[in-house]
Design a protein around this ligand. Structure first.
Ligand SMILES: [Zn+2]
Ligand SMILES: [Zn+2]
Length: 443
């Protein structure tokens, strides 16, 4: 599930919505809008850092450009010659990793953060979309700039004198990456409920940002995911989803054509991947763990649950002295629930999952074709979901005309979302020690 406004709707909440913060930054002059054709057309308001530090180092090859296009929630089997001809052509002409995967929890925010940091959630601080924030005493999305605890490749590039841009269709992605990039587009207009800008607007912003010509542009196209969530025909007909695939493919085609028209293609790396794939459940196929936990004498009133669609994150809120016993019970209850694939303690299996303390005391994954709906059976009515292992396979391929991109190559290696940052860093010749990235450069 992609909760968007759940934790932000209440003005009493202490954390500030990203958009309000952005508007305030504009008012106080900490940011200025990019002027020129973009502003004149009124199509996209792109912010540029007002107090960007002067270049510390002159890049060795300033002509190279990298574009990371995230087709949010796309399944690898959805890229076909007939349905998505532009994506298919990029894949066929470049280097393709058919066994690529999303990393747990297979949600949007953590995997975008892994893309830009190249490390796992116990280092990024971002294991899922929604967590129970112990300090706030409430469930919230990890949509604050301060939620990412390690430097991203965006900051590493900026520090070396390169310029960067983010064009992210979802409000919470705009929030978590915040003001890191040199150029930023605030998604607008966003649809109510989904909190995302349709791909036609997002792509227009990406095309407009080409005029500013950042070395790295990080783009999230949200339609495939959003229409996948809403598609009640998801398991069979996939009517809405198919429409979104065709349209998003068209938008990617526009972008590639713009690069070719401008002569940029020959010196570009175009990286295309998804953050996770998508699974569908029928109306009654939900799992609600909350009442099961509440029925236990020890756990009643002392367990908070952050619902992430295909994954439930459970937090013990009682005394520390009782934590071990509570975790044993939470695990036993979750494992006995119908539809639960696996439940584990991130702390007890630290080395295996690397999710960090933010993921709570117990994480439960659902089986394929199921979803969590917590704390109530009506909390998550949407048919499309991700977060669980069934949504791990992702499209992942490199294209572009830069000489470093191998053409027509297929690799059986398990590429992952963590590979984006080291690939981009290598492309731009950034030096990094072996411990900076856990992902691998794929060029
Ligand atoms: Zn989603
Ligand atoms: Zn996503």
């Amino acid at each position: 599930m992609c909760g968007t406004t759940r934790a932000c709707a209440d003005p009493a909440h202490r954390h500030v919505r990203p958009f309000e913060r952005g508007a305030q930054a504009l008012r106080t002059g900490r940011r200025t809008l990019l002027t020129g054709a973009t502003a004149a057309a009124g199509a996209a308001a792109i912010s540029v850092a007002a107090s960007r530090p002067a270049s510390a180092v002159v890049p060795t090859d300033t002509r190279r450009r990298a574009y990371v296009l995230v087709i949010d929630g796309c399944r690898p089997d959805e890229i076909t010659r007939t349905l998505t001809p532009h994506l298919w052509a990029l894949r066929q002409g470049g280097a393709w990793w058919p066994n690529a995967r999303s990393m747990p929890v297979m949600e949007t925010i953590p995997n975008h953060v892994m893309m830009m940091t190249g490390v796992r959630p116990d280092r990024t601080g971002v294991p899922s979309n929604a967590v129970y924030d112990r300090a706030l005493g409430e469930v919230r999305d990890l949509d604050q700039e301060s939620d990412i605890r390690v430097p991203t490749v965006i900051e590493r590039l900026n520090a070396q004198g390169f310029t960067t841009g983010t064009v992210l269709s979802k409000e919470y992605l705009y929030g978590v990456f915040g003001e890191r990039a040199t150029y930023r587009w605030e998604p607008t207009p966003t649809l109510p409920v989904t909190g995302h800008a349709p791909d036609v607007f997002t792509m227009q912003a990406a095309l407009d940002m080409l005029e500013a010509d950042p070395h790295l542009m990080f783009v999230n196209l949200g339609d495939i995911d959003r229409f996948g969530h809403a598609d009640v025909t998801g398991g069979t007909v996939k009517a809405l989803r198919t429409t979104a695939l065709v349209d998003t493919d068209h938008q990617v085609g526009r972008f590639v054509q713009a690069l070719k028209d401008a002569g940029t293609w020959e010196r570009s790396l175009v990286m295309v991947l998804a953050d996770h794939s998508m699974d569908w459940s029928d109306g009654s196929d939900y799992i609600t763990l909350s009442p099961l936990q509440e029925a236990d004498d020890l756990l009643a009133g002392q367990v908070a649950i952050a619902d992430n669609g295909g994954a439930d994150l459970l937090y013990w809120t009682g005394p520390d002295a009782q934590r071990d016993e509570a975790v044993d019970r939470m695990l036993a209850i979750a494992r006995s629930a119908d539809g639960v694939l696996r439940a584990f303690s991130p702390a007890r299996e630290r080395a295996r999952y690397r999710l960090g303390d933010e993921a709570g005391d117990v994480v439960a994954f659902c089986r394929a074709g199921r979803r969590f709906s917590d704390p109530d059976p009506w909390s998550n009515p949407i048919p499309g979901n991700h977060g669980h292992p069934a949504t791990r396979p992702i499209p992942f391929f490199l294209s572009g005309g830069a000489g470093v991109v191998p053409s027509g190559q297929v690799s059986s290696a398990q590429a992952s979302t963590m590979d984006v940052a080291p690939t981009v860093a290598t492309f731009f010749g950034l030096r990094h020690g072996s411990r900076v990235y856990e992902g691998r450069a794929r060029i």
